[in-house]
Every structure is written in C-alpha cells, then in structure tokens.
Design a protein around this ligand. Structure first.
Ligand SMILES: NC(=O)c1ccc[n+]([C@@H]2O[C@H](COP(=O)([O-])OP(=O)(O)OC[C@H]3O[C@@H](n4cnc5c(N)ncnc54)[C@H](O)[C@@H]3O)[C@@H](O)[C@H]2O)c1
Ligand SMILES: O=C(O)C[C@H](O)C(=O)O
Length: 329
C-alpha cells in the first residue's frame, strides 16, 4: 500500500460512541476500503487506561488499513497533523435533560479543542462535531479556529436524517434506498425540522405519497425530533451505535460525495441561504463532491416548513447568545 495514511483524531475515544466508531474507521468504512488511517485518540486523563484497552482490541483486529494508534490527553498532540477530526468527547444528557442543558458543561471542552485544531491540524482538516449540543459546540470550536476556513466545521444531523429515512420508509412501505432528497433543517434538538416536501419515494413526491399532514405534524416530525430522548428512555443511555454509524456516513459522504440526484443533511455554517443568519451552524440540504459540500439552492419553502425552520433557527440564535454570554465565542 503506497498511499499516505490519513490522520483521524477521535475525541472521547473511550466512550460509548468511540467504542462503536473506532473499529469501523480502522476497517476502512470512514474514508474508503483503500485508504490507510492513523488514529489519534484524545481522552481525559482518568479515561486514558480505558482508551488503551480499546487500542489493544484495535491491534487485535489486525486491520490492514490501520497504520498506527496514538493515545493522549493533550489536544495539541491529538490534533497535530489531523486531516479528519471527530469531536465526540462530551458529557451525554441523561433522562429529563434537553441537549441545550449541556451547553455550559460541554462548551468549555470545544474552545480549547478548536484552538488546538487551529494551531496544529493539517491544512485540509475536516471537523465533525458529534458531542452535544452539536451545532453550538461546532460554533464554539470554529470561533476558536480563525485560521481554519469556517466551512470545515460541521455538526452531525445525519443521525436525524437516517431516522427520518426509516420512519418515512415504514409509513410508505418503500425501501430506504428508494427515498431521496430528504432534509433535516436547523438544530440537532427537539426543534429540528425533518422536511419531506422535496423528498421522493420511489421517484414520486414524498409529501404527495404520504398525503397526511396530521401524520407529518403529530407523528413523523416529533418521532424523529424526539428519538434521542426515546432511546435514552429505553436504553438508559444515549444512542451510540446509530450515532457512530451516522458519523461514518457524514464523513464518508463529505469525502466521497453524494449520489447523483440525491442530497444529504449536514450542520454547516450558514451563508445566509434560506433566511438562516450567516455564521449559525444549522442543518441544510447539501450535495457533496470532491471533498466539498454545497447547499442545495432554489427550494420552495412552504408555510408549514417556514414556521418550523424559523423556530429551530431561533433556538440556534438563542444558543449563540448564551455561549456569547459565557465568553465561549
Ligand atoms: N449529534 C448526534 O446525533 C449525537 C448522537 C448521540 C450522542 N451524541 C453526543 O455524543 C457525545 C458522546 O456520547 P457518548 O455516549 O459516547 O458519551 P460517553 O459518556 O460514553 O463518552 C464520552 C467520552 O468523552 C470523554 N471526554 C469528556 N471530556 C473530554 C475531553 N475534554 N476530551 C476528550 N474526551 C473527553 C469521556 O471521558 C468519555 O469517555 C454526547 O455529547 C452525546 O450527547 C450526539
Ligand atoms: O439525544 C441525545 O441526547 C443523544 C443524541 O443526540 C441522539 O439524538 O440520540
């Protein structure tokens, strides 16, 4: 194998998502079956031993693409030369909490990590923030990295996108592979808006196929938006394997592109499209090509969608004000 390995940094490597994620990265599912990787695992000091245990297991898999594992509690070391950074490490919410309740607890993590990325990462760094509240944590990290192009900081709404695909598939009886152009707008929170008005189901307009606004408003949207809480209620812990799967999907699509005629959802810095204030990290419909993404333009936004997009964007603005007040941006 002659390709230069890609340096992938994963924070919170000893956590639940980390455990579901690292083996898939090392096996080639993140970047491609022919792309060698070097892993950098960042953890807090008390969790280093657990991260070492995971690294031992990674070694024991003898993955042909895995060309090294470094473990550290120093962000400056973890992000040195990083090409891809998955910011997972954060405190997950527990029963009864909203993701916004985590702002203060987790905000302090993302500012120093953003600075370390600014100072040490490779020029082509791509960042995915998974740790909640993901959109605003991404904003904090991005604000601390003025030398990195802002568009390299993204937040994960792919789990919501995947959840929405499955709910729509169950409602219509059509396989997820036949559903295209679904969109998650806004925040990865209970205000997010999964939009099927531009989606297609086996080539037909999804909203017309469903033809049931009551189901949309009272079943589909709340089921997708509150799925994280439902999983916490059922498992007693937040989603892990599905979150890791979505992180793999997000980066794989960003690097390798969206399929012709389809798009995906990513939390990205707004350029003002669709009335979302510039700079907010909000979820949009995007196409990806050659390692870059673009917002899908020109979609008609009906009244039903507008109200819901605006509500989620308002929450993002409030979160931005809150972290400004805490001196995090
Ligand atoms: N965006 C999404 O769709 C989505 C989905 C699921 C979970 N999440 C979020 O992902 C985060 C991680 O979830 P989890 O279930 O793996 O939690 P976890 O508690 O199992 O693991 C978190 C890990 O992060 C580590 N950590 C804490 N502070 C750190 C720091 N400063 N640097 C490096 N590591 C640090 C902890 O030691 C722990 O090992 C949570 O914020 C959770 O809410 C997001
Ligand atoms: O809901 C949570 O707190 C975890 C995660 O964001 C999820 O959507 O499953």
């Amino acid at each position: 194998m002659t390709r230069t390995p890609v340096n992938v940094t994963v924070t919170g490597a000893a956590g639940q998502i980390g455990y579901a994620l690292l083996f898939r990265i090392a096996s080639g599912q993140l970047l491609g079956a022919d792309v060698p990787v070097k892993l950098r695992l960042l953890e807090i000091t008390p969790a280093l031993k657990a991260a070492e245990g995971t690294a031992m297991e990674l070694d024991d898999c003898a993955f042909p693409l895995l060309q090294g594992i470094d473990i550290t509690d120093d962000p400056n070391v973890a992000f040195d030369g990083a090409n891809v950074a998955l910011l997972v490490g954060a405190r997950p919410r527990t029963k009864g909490m909203e993701r916004g309740d985590l702002l203060e607890a987790n905000g302090g993590i993302f500012k120093p990590q953003g600075k370390a990325i600014n100072d040490h990462a490779a020029d082509d760094i791509k960042v995915l923030v998974v740790g909640n509240p993901a959109n605003t944590n991404a904003l904090i990290a991005q604000a601390a990295a003025p030398d990195v192009p802002a568009e390299r900081f993204t937040a994960m709404t792919r789990l919501d996108h995947n959840r929405a695909l499955t709910q729509l598939s169950k409602k219509t009886g059509v396989a997820v592979s036949e559903i295209k152009r679904l969109t998650i707008w806004g925040n990865h929170s209970a205000t997010q808006y999964p939009d099927i008005f531009h989606a297609t189901v086996a080539g037909k307009n999804a909203a017309e196929v469903v033809n049931d606004e009551k189901w949309l408003a009272e079943d589909f949207i709340p089921t997708v938006a509150k799925r994280g809480a439902a999983i916490i209620e059922a498992r007693g812990a937040s989603s892990a394997a599905s979150a890791a799967n979505a992180a793999i999907d997000h980066v794989h699509t960003w690097v390798n592109g969206t399929a012709e005629g389809d798009w995906t959802s990513m939390g990205i810095p707004s350029d003002g499209s669709y009335g979302v204030p510039e700079g907010l990290i909000s979820s949009f419909p995007v196409t990806c090509k050659d390692g870059k993404y673009e917002i899908v333009q020109g979609l008609d936004i009906n009244e039903f969608s507008r109200t819901r997009i605006d509500a989620s964007v308002k929450e993002l603005q409030d979160e931005r004000e809150a972290v400004r007040g805490l001196g995090l941006i």
